[in-house]
Write a protein that binds this ligand. Structure first.
Ligand code: AMP
Length: 285
């Protein structure tokens, strides 16, 4: 099927109404565009598990703080449309800010407490209420669906899962693995901000995660030495500025007392211009 690109909520409703009338299951992939193979993997998963795939491209002002990269966020709608079509998207929703927020600043927002107050919140305190609000809005525009999110944004995935359960949203959330460049750098639209010189240095995030995993695999069961091993890798790279390293329980995102169970190692650092994040799961019996 050729891709249908729509810019308004009413057009999207019209298109989806026809599919739903014929009993088609809808897969949904929300994005901010400048698509890469990480996004494509979500689209392919959605195409495999559903009859019809909707993807959205919307750079949501609510989730950017004043000092962040809203105005410079990379954009290429033509290439995105081709990538989406090649990866099984049937309907691409690309609304303008005025379509999503016709009354200006929202008076209603969604905030998932506790899960939104740690990790990324240290430097981005308002970020996740912006994310939860726009995802709620997109879910109510798209309607009942399976929604695909990347583990690349692990905290975001945990927040959306909890929000859907808490608010009984008619959405099944599917988490998908992190897609990496051949050298191990997690794919991100923001990697485009890296200069040729900084690009190899961005691998410190991956190396920090590897160092944490190696500590654990060598028998370390105390959290702090694992964090130290991760931080040391980042701090050795002069171009990188460490934001945080963390080891958390994969479900609660809380720091464990000892290294055991289903855990997630996370890292955030600025390399040159972009602030990059990455994470890695590990199970310790
Ligand atoms: P974004 O456009 O950055 O808002 O991301 C849209 C969706 O793609 C989110 O669910 C992300 O977690 C997911 N995503 C971004 N990068 C990757 C990646 N490298 N691997 C898997 N999923 C990703």
């Amino acid at each position: 099927m050729t891709i249908t690109v729509v810019a308004t909520v009413s057009d999207l409703w019209r298109v989806l109404q026809k599919h739903r009338a014929e009993g088609r299951a809808v897969g949904f992939v929300p994005t901010m565009g400048f698509l890469h193979d990480g996004h494509a993997s979500l689209m392919r998963a959605a195409a495999e598990g559903n009859d019809i795939v909707v993807a959205s491209i919307f750079v949501n002002p609510l989730q950017f703080a004043a000092n962040e990269d809203l105005s410079t966020y990379p954009k290429d709608v033509e290439a995105d449309t081709a990538l989406a079509e090649a990866n099984g998207v049937d309907v691409l929703f690309v609304p303008h800010v005025d379509e999503m927020y016709p009354d200006g600043p929202v008076l209603t927002s969604v905030y998932v407490s506790e899960l939104s107050d740690r990790l990324e919140a240290g430097t981005r305190p308002t970020h996740f209420s912006g994310v939860a609000t726009v995802v709620t809005k997109l879910f109510s525009i798209v309607g009942p669906c399976r929604a695909y999110f990347g583990e690349k944004d692990f905290q975001q995935l945990a927040i959306i899962r909890r929000m859907v359960r808490d608010l009984s949203m008619p959405v099944e959330v599917i988490g998908c693995p992190i897609i990496r460049e051949p050298d191990g750098l997690a794919m991100s639209s923001r990697n485009v901000y890296l200069t040729a010189d900084q690009r190899p240095k961005a691998l410190v995030l991956r190396r920090a995660l590897d160092a944490g995993v190696a500590e654990i695999e060598s028998g370390q069961r105390v959290v702090q030495p694992v964090l130290d091993a991760m931080a040391e890798i980042i701090n050795h790279e002069p171009e990188a500025v460490l934001d945080y390293v963390a080891v958390v329980d994969a479900a609660s995102l809380e720091a464990p007392d000892v290294i055991a169970g289903e855990l997630r190692l996370l890292v955030a650092a600025t390399v040159g211009i972009p602030r990059l994040i990455d994470n890695q799961g590990i199970f310790v019996s």
